[in-house]
Design a protein around this ligand. Structure first.
Ligand SMILES: NC(=O)c1ccc[n+]([C@@H]2O[C@H](COP(=O)([O-])OP(=O)(O)OC[C@H]3O[C@@H](n4cnc5c(N)ncnc54)[C@H](O)[C@@H]3O)[C@@H](O)[C@H]2O)c1
Length: 422
């Protein structure tokens, strides 16, 4: 164990959360990694994280401001947790240097960025894993097994509705800027991954997107303890120095209809400008029953409504899938192979799910698993499906995934690509 020299590239919020995930994996004796270095041009961020690493691992990783400098530290794999705008440049550079890569979602800022990563990956033959965490939640694993068991019959419809946020900033200013990853991409890419996880490839999308809130408010500006949009409670020190108000450039709401190759349809609402009562609703309707799916990373149970009128929830659902087992690392981290729910605070759920991502990468790099689950193809599809809603809105017609993946429909993304690839 601990044979693969790893560096975390990007030492902000998610870099910190990944470090805690790695520590969680190590605590369970399942880590194949040796954290040798941290990279961030903001050296304060890297040094603070190095201090935390020293506490958690007993050794302080080296700190460098630029990716190329990692070569001096014997790095074999990098974990890219920077803002999305830099994912493609860093991933391509790392792959070309012969390193394996795990990259946070969205794997690229645009479909073109993803295409460039895909080319570098096939050119170099290195492993590239997209750190897409929602599907790895034990409750999504259970619900997927129930769907595959046929208990609710062939899937016909997914309803995916998320509304809330009003005019508040979602975690950081960059998440509201089109050229850095608007909130529909930043959050929506998790949801598009989930749609294809359950229902398979999307084929067409019709969307209407809106920028409802012309001014966003940062309630944490100048304060020490505002927790309004602060996952795992670690973004406060950056939010404190962000502006109290700013003008977003990216849309904050998407309303869409998506068709899948298996004939199923998704009704999709992602509205980060929702006022009044917030909503999270994810339901799957099949030919013989339906399922209510909980919010990701909540540990809340799955509920299944069967043809005979019975409803099963929590551990009762396990009876529908007698052969269902969580894979080894997930079971070890969450304390059981067959879970109908789990009761943990977010600060304990988050590192466990990130630990699963590292565990899988370690298994692939040591030849114990043939391939990563979320590869560049799937990561690129999830990015393309988000943009399909925006491209559709711009054209005021349904678009196909093929058009968006091929780049023949890219009017919405063009202004970002023109700056990135002049
Ligand atoms: N999977 C999840 O649940 C989840 C949650 C939050 C964020 N994310 C993703 O993680 C990524 C980072 O988000 P965040 O919230 O940590 O952002 P952040 O702004 O908190 O941190 C980004 C860090 O990257 C650094 N950085 C920028 N350019 C760099 C470069 N060229 N080399 C090295 N470091 C660089 C910044 O200085 C900063 O420290 C994004 O892609 C985001 O979508 C995923």
């Amino acid at each position: 164990m601990a044979n693969i020299n790893l560096a975390i590239v990007g030492c902000g919020g998610m870099g910190t959360r990944h470090l805690r995930g790695l520590a969680e994996l190590q605590k369970h004796g399942l880590s194949e990694f040796n954290l040798v270095a941290l990279c961030d041009p903001v050296l304060d961020n890297a040094n603070l994280l190095a201090d935390e690493a020293a506490e958690r691992f007993g050794t302080r990783p080296a700190v460098v401001p630029a990716l190329a400098e990692l070569a001096a530290h014997g790095v074999q794999a990098v974990d890219i947790t920077t803002t999305p705008r830099y994912h493609h440049t860093l991933a391509v550079e790392a792959l070309e240097l012969g390193w394996h890569v795990m990259c946070e979602k969205p794997v690229g800022l645009t479909v073109e960025c993803c295409r460039r990563i895909r080319e570098a990956r096939s050119r170099t033959g290195r492993v590239l894993s997209v750190a897409e965490n929602y599907r790895r939640d034990p409750m999504n694993r259970l619900a997927k097994a129930v769907l595959e068991s046929g208990a609710i019959g062939e899937p016909r419809l997914m309803i995916h509705n998320m509304l809330g946020g009003a005019d508040r900033m979602t975690i950081s200013v960059w998440r509201h800027m089109k050229d850095q990853s608007g909130v529909l991409l930043d959050v929506g890419v998790h949801f598009t991954d989930i749609l294809e996880y359950y229902l398979g490839p999307a084929v067409t999308a019709y969307g209407q997107v809106r920028l409802h809130e012309p001014v966003r408010r940062n309630p944490a500006a100048g304060k020490d303890n505002d927790m309004s949009s602060n996952p795992a409670g670690i973004y406060g020190r950056w939010q404190k120095v962000m502006p109290a108000t700013f003008e977003p450039t990216a849309e904050d709401a998407a309303y869409g209809t998506i068709t899948h190759a298996n004939g199923a349809v998704t009704q999709f609402v992602e509205d980060h400008a929702g006022h009044g009562r917030g909503v999270f609703q994810r339901q799957l309707f099949g030919a013989r029953g339906s399922m209510d799916l909980p919010n990701d990373r909540s540990g809340q149970p799955v509920t299944v409504h069967l043809a005979d009128g019975k409803s099963l929830t929590g551990d009762e659902v396990l009876g529908l899938v007698p052969d269902f087992r969580l894979e080894e690392a997930t079971a070890a981290l969450f304390g059981g192979e067959r879970l109908g729910g789990y009761d943990l605070p977010f600060t304990e759920i988050d590192p466990r799910i990130i630990a699963i991502e590292y565990a899988e990468l370690g298994q692939v790099l040591t030849g114990r698993k043939p391939a990563v689950e979320v590869d560049i193809e799937q990561g690129m599809r999830s990015v393309a499906l988000v943009y399909a809603l925006m491209e559709s809105s711009l054209l005021n017609r349904a678009v196909t995934m093929d058009e968006v993946l091929a780049g023949s429909v890219n009017g919405y993304q063009a202004e970002i690509d023109e700056v990135l690839f002049p």
